[in-house]
Design a protein around this ligand. Structure first.
Ligand code: NAP
Length: 414
């Protein structure tokens, strides 16, 4: 690749402009942005109009362009751009977590078929260098668990509910006024954004490819003052925590649920719009990374780091997938949860394996007990419709043990 890279950029919003700023102010690295594709012809632009185009082919088919940087907010269109570029032998950098998480297998295949590189460090936890850490540092160490705070919007809202005793609705409004939450916050507050990131990281940490529709995400929309009070009284903070956990040697579970986080957990100190990732390795134990998960400059810095890595021929090797070809995604996990419910009938919907604590009084009822992840998945729609709140308590996540019957049959056959 030429020393001064020629970039074709898609998108000039928050991250595109952040990248432009970071590139122009980088001390050591030089690259040209040759052309920028945008969508809205009416919008005022801070750069001269000749650098912009509304025709994607003008960038994609330009032989002078070495590298495509995709920073648009439309995942379907982004996949068309990225897959076309890769199939034409161009390296690509993207920040689009929805696009990457929804097409992991196809993107993996395209890179191998066309011997090109796709890097997406900025897609997961903004400026935290987690993907390359997993790829390079943990390449030969088995990861047992990966969890964290992957979404700054929900973390900002949750921080305000505990620190300033704001209701969920008040905290969301404040986050929108400050520009931390979009006018339609669904992707963030229902846990989709965190789920896409968890799916991407699960591939690099464990070698597993999971489909977004198979992975549970329950966000914070049903959080009530009762839950906030419960957390405060017990000394917890409530965080939205995506978790990727090895259940058995070949089974990995992934889910996004609120969690009651004690002071002893690294995530307790990750507040406001910050993100954090805990990587639990077989030999190294817990490692904790904290940083800015969003914003133009931090995300632009992660994109710059990928562009720079491409300049010396860097590729993800997906080593964990090669090391563990039999690894599978599974929802057969048991976890300990707090469930706030409204009436006895709600509780009957769930099959708790054991209940360690129960409270009923006035309008506030909750149980704490162990439950099968599949049972939460089955009741997700009911839970949200009836405004019940569920959150993980403690660190215990184990594989659902095989039914006794099958063990008995095996013994007879033997
Ligand atoms: N914002 C963050 O902090 C952050 C952090 C990590 C990852 N990301 C990811 O980065 C990507 C960009 O996010 P953003 O916040 O920068 O979005 P944004 O501010 O909404 O900007 C989106 C840009 O994409 C352009 N665009 C949309 N559709 C297009 C199309 N079909 N062809 C060409 N250009 C098109 C828009 O054009 P116009 O200017 O004409 O409207 C705009 O310039 C998303 O995938 C997001 O998930 C964002």
């Amino acid at each position: 690749m030429a020393k001064k890279i020629n970039i074709g950029l898609f998108g000039f919003g928050c991250v595109g402009q952040g990248l432009y700023h970071v590139l122009n102010n980088s001390k050591g690295f030089k690259a040209n942005i040759v052309k920028i594709a945008v969508k809205n012809r009416e919008k005022q632009r801070p750069l001269e109009s000749s650098v912009f185009t509304f025709d994607k082919q003008e960038i994609l088919d330009n032989p002078e362009i070495d590298l495509i940087v995709e920073l648009i907010d439309d995942a379907d269109e982004a996949f068309k751009i990225v897959s076309y570029a890769l199939s034409k032998g161009k390296h690509v950098v993207t920040a689009n977590k929805k696009m990457v998480a929804s097409h992991l297998q196809e993107l993996y295949n395209l890179q191998h078929e066309h011997n090109v590189s796709l890097l997406y460090e900025a897609s997961s936890c903004g400026s935290i260098p987690i993907i390359r850490t997993l790829e390079e540092y943990f390449d030969n160490e088995q990861i047992e668990k990966l969890s964290g705070i992957f979404n700054g919007t929900t973390n900002y809202i949750l921080t305000k509910t505990i620190a300033e005793k704001l209701s969920y609705e008040e905290a969301l409004k404040q986050a929108q006024e400050k520009g931390f939450a979009e006018s339609d916050p669904t992707n963030d507050v229902e846990g989709f954004d965190a789920k896409f990131k968890a799916i991407i990281l699960a591939l690099h940490a464990f070698g597993v490819i999971a489909k977004p529709e198979d992975v549970l995400n329950i966000g914070i929309t049903t959080l009530s003052p009762h839950d906030i009070n419960y957390a405060s009284e017990k000394g917890y903070k409530i965080k939205l925590v995506p978790t990727v956990k090895r259940l058995t040697q070949n089974e990995i579970s992934i889910f996004v649920l609120p969690k009651f986080v004690p002071v002893s957990n690294h995530l307790y100190s990750v507040d406001n719009e910050f993100n954090g990732v805990i990587v639990d390795g077989e030999f190294s134990g817990e490692q904790f990374l904290k940083g800015r998960g969003a914003g133009g400059n931090p995300t632009g810095a992660a994109v710059l780091s990928d562009i720079s890595a491409l300049s010396y021929g860097y590729k993800y090797e997906y080593k964990k997938q090669k090391q563990s070809p039999d690894i599978k995604f599974s929802n057969n996990a048991l976890l300990k949860v707090y469930l706030r419910y409204n009436k006895e009938e709600d509780l009957k919907k769930f099959e708790f394996q054991n209940i360690s604590e129960q409270y009923t009084g006035g309008e506030y009822h909750y149980v704490i007990g162990t439950i099968d992840l599949n049972d939460i998945i089955k009741n997700k729609a009911y839970l949200i419709k009836n405004k019940l709140f569920i959150g993980v308590v403690g660190e215990d996540i184990s594989a659902v043990s095989k039914p006794k019957e099958s063990v008995a049959k095996k013994l007879i056959l033997n």
